[in-house]
Design a protein around this ligand. Structure first.
Ligand code: ZN
Length: 553
């Protein structure tokens, strides 16, 4: 198992664990407990912080039972839990729940820390049921709850009085996709060049017209094989481009962030025509190894991964499953609700010749699929594929000169108001999508009722349900019943992921949704065309990562 690296800010925490003590950084000014350990208090910003012992008592906030072998030799199943520590509301650890059968784990169960020796340096804090009366603990004073879901929803972002939102000065003028498939054994650059040249031609432009380039994530050290695609420096050079503006990076409002940034660069006059692309070759990369977890093959984990991976929480599937289980607990959401999202996607994929999985699927097929991490079975997880998607973001003043109808950017959403963390996010039944969506609606006169087609991220089925609630198509907590009854299918009230989504169309990592939204608004989707399609929402990301755009014809 990959173990935590001893980093300067985390060394004392892990040394205490190795000595059999659960101890965390505590602010000496306001008593706030800071985790992961950092040398500054996020509540009062004091830098007077000190490691202090905690009681080791906690309750189970949520959990998932993992069945997937994320690396060779991994023994399954095991329980990944998120526990809330007794000393401070919202202070959590991702951990393993031990000395309890998976079927006996309950949310709210009192637990107590144990230490699992892993090496001379590392003992991991894990938790076992313990119903004995807890000792009195020093509770941290409450932090102002400005990021609680109820408060956020009651106080939408204030409308800024602008004569024009700058993203409206940009349009999407072109779209192109490479061949899409399983194990194409083509290089990332080959796929990217195909998509980019198609997108440029689709916009009625020549490569020499392109004066900007952006991508997600761009060149990325340590990326899993097949994930990152070629960096913008490589692509600029390969295509012989001369650019006025260029940007790539993995941090930001999800995979769609380079499109949002490009629209602002165009509005600022930094560029007129920006090539934006996302390329994956994860199916070819997994041909020899199968789908591995994050950190598989590594010895030491740094950053946030140090607090997740060593417990076998080696995939976003595990982290997001924990959120789904909490949603099920609070709102009665069921697997059949998640299944409705997967089934709608599969039905639509049958109408898309480029989709990966096109065979019909029933609810029984869905429920009978092998379990990955409760409540996610195989069909709750997107299908790795190879492919590249490129779009051209242009200045709106060229809209009338285009060979095809311009797709207008009406509004964008990028906000992030809670802790940007998979397990410390305050309300685990919501995600950063809550904040990005709220901001999007604050920048437009359109409303959720105006949306004709929704292209919403479905790396895991539950992400879509969380986005549907976040975007206000239904109330918080009512996503389960809402997605049922055929509402998401073509002809329904909210046609969703009409290309098959990533669940059936293939994991193009965000950009498949954007490509389909453009084609739907142009009326180019043939059998799967939504009639009179004028407004599309595109949403990317999940957990503490989210970005969205509202597009119009
Ligand atoms: Zn403080």
């Amino acid at each position: 198992m990959p173990l935590p690296a001893l980093e300067p800010d985390t060394k004392a925490y892990w040394e205490a664990c190795r000595a059999g003590r659960l101890a965390m950084m505590r602010c000496q000014a306001c008593r706030w407990i800071i985790h992961p350990p950092r040398p500054v208090c996020s509540r009062c910003r004091s830098r007077d912080v000190k490691l202090e012992d905690l009681s080791g008592r906690a309750t189970v906030v949520t959990y998932t039972v993992n069945h997937q072998r994320w690396m060779p030799g991994l023994e399954v199943p095991y329980v990944i839990g998120v526990v809330g520590l007794a000393e401070q509301r919202g202070l959590r650890l991702t951990t393993n729940l031990v000395e309890v059968a998976p079927e006996d784990v309950k949310i709210g169960m009192p637990v107590r820390v144990r230490f699992r020796e892993m090496s001379d340096e590392i003992a991991l804090p894990v938790f076992a049921p313990d119903a004995s009366p807890p000792p009195a603990v020093e509770r941290t004073p409450e932090r102002p709850r400005v990021t609680d879901t109820d408060v956020v929803l009651a106080h939408p972002p204030r409308r800024v009085d602008a004569t024009e939102w700058l993203e409206r000065r940009a349009i999407l003028s072109g779209v192109g996709q490479s061949q899409i498939g399983r194990r194409l054994f083509r290089t990332d650059m080959d796929l990217t060049a195909e998509a980019a040249l198609k997108a440029i031609a689709d916009a009625g432009l020549a490569p020499d017209d392109i004066d900007g380039i952006a991508a997600y994530p761009g060149a990325m050290g340590g990326a899993p094989a097949g994930f990152a695609g070629p960096g913008i420096v490589e692509v600029q050079d390969a295509l012989g481009l001369s650019v006025n503006w260029h940007l790539a990076g993995v941090e930001g409002p999800a995979q769609i962030s380079p499109v949002i940034h490009a629209s602002l660069a165009v509005a600022a006059g930094l560029a007129r025509h920006v090539l934006v692309y996302r390329t994956v070759s994860e199916a070819t990369a997994a041909a020899d190894t199968g789908r591995l977890g994050i950190g598989a093959g590594s010895r030491h984990m740094t950053g946030f991964g140090a607090f997740l991976i060593p417990y076998g929480a080696m995939s976003a599937a595990n982290w997001i499953a924990c959120m789904a289980v909490r949603h099920m607990h609070e709102f009665g959401t069921r697997r059949e609700h998640l299944g409705a999202i997967a089934l709608a996607a599969r039905k639509h994929a049958a109408l898309n010749p480029a989709a990966i999985y096109r065979d019909p699927m029933t609810m029984d097929d869905y429920l009978a699929a092998r379990m990955v991490t409760w409540p996610f079975g195989l069909f709750d997880c997107d299908a790795p594929c190879d492919g590249s998607t490129a779009v051209i973001v242009s200045t709106a003043d060229v809209a009338r000169d285009l060979p095809r109808p311009a797709v207008r950017i009406n509004a964008v959403g990028t906000a992030m108001r809670s802790r940007p963390s998979w397990d410390q996010w305050e309300d685990l039944t919501t995600m950063a999508s809550r904040d990005a969506a709220r901001q999007l609606w604050s920048r437009t006169d359109l409303t959720p009722r105006d949306v004709d087609v929704a292209q919403i991220y479905d790396g895991f089925s539950f992400l879509t349900l969380a986005w549907i609630e976040a975007l206000g198509f239904c109330k918080h907590g009512e996503g389960g019943p809402f997605v049922s009854d055929g509402r998401l299918e073509l002809g329904g009230a909210l046609p969703l992921n009409t290309w098959g989504g990533q669940l059936s169309g293939g994991r193009l990592h965000g950009f498949g949704f954007l490509a389909e939204a453009i084609r739907q608004l142009r009326g180019e989707c043939g059998e799967r065309q939504v009639r009179d399609c004028e407004v599309a929402v595109v949403a990317n990301g999940g957990g503490p990562v989210a970005g969205c755009m509202l597009l119009t014809r």
